[in-house]
Design a protein around this ligand. Sequence first.
Ligand SMILES: Nc1ncnc2c1ncn2[C@@H]1O[C@H](COP(=O)(O)OP(=O)(O)OP(=O)(O)O)[C@@H](O)[C@H]1O
Ligand SMILES: [Mg+2]
Length: 212
Amino acid sequence: MARGLFITLEGGEGSGKSTQSKRLQARLEAEGQSVIITREPGGSPGAEAIRSLLVTGAADRWDGMTEAFLLFAARRDHVERIIKPALDRGTTVICDRFTDSTMAYQGYGHNLGREPVEQLNRIALNDFKPDITLILDLAVEVGLKRAVSRGGDELRYEDMDVAFHHRLREGFIDIAKRDPNRCHVIDATGSEDEVSNRLQGVVLTAVKSGNG
Ligand SMILES: Nc1ncnc2c1ncn2[C@@H]1O[C@H](COP(=O)(O)OP(=O)(O)OP(=O)(O)O)[C@@H](O)[C@H]1O
Ligand SMILES: [Mg+2]
């Protein structure tokens, strides 16, 4: 059986990752694929326990390096127990945030730099990477407005200052530039349908060209 595709959705707060993950799942299922959605931080019981340490509490609860260790501890558990077994069964995995978020938030946002995140990725995941990464790009103010209107109690990052969110956005763009075969920057402005059309067009093209 062919291995499943590993697809990640990335981007700042409120850029539409969760919304578009569900829509992409429905679309790929309509194409006959078996698809699961998972998310980070979290996605496995152990990683969800670590998630609660990360998404609640004061914005400065952890320094960037501590946070990076927690994220990679959670990610390793998630990859080993959920993601790889699903891919081996031939299931496509859509993951709402993955390593690029750690690079953007800790590496660029918290100014940790790229190197520690790359090193942790090597140690924790043996450089395991997605097949396709979709980076939803949206003006910071628009994304924050969407995230706040959605509400919920996991608003820790939304409380960071606006300069942080600008570093994030630029970080994601830089990540995409460095890995153009894997990463696709998707314009996340406009209606949910418009964004879906752009994003799903990229995925279906990549799948058909064998790039997935
Ligand atoms: N294209 C769109 N136009 C307007 N509103 C949108 C659009 N896409 C999503 N939304 C709404 O914006 C809010 C944030 O969307 P969503 O939760 O999908 O973003 P997210 O990237 O997962 O955010 P977070 O990083 O906070 O998890 C939701 O209330 C959602 O319904
Ligand atoms: Mg979300």
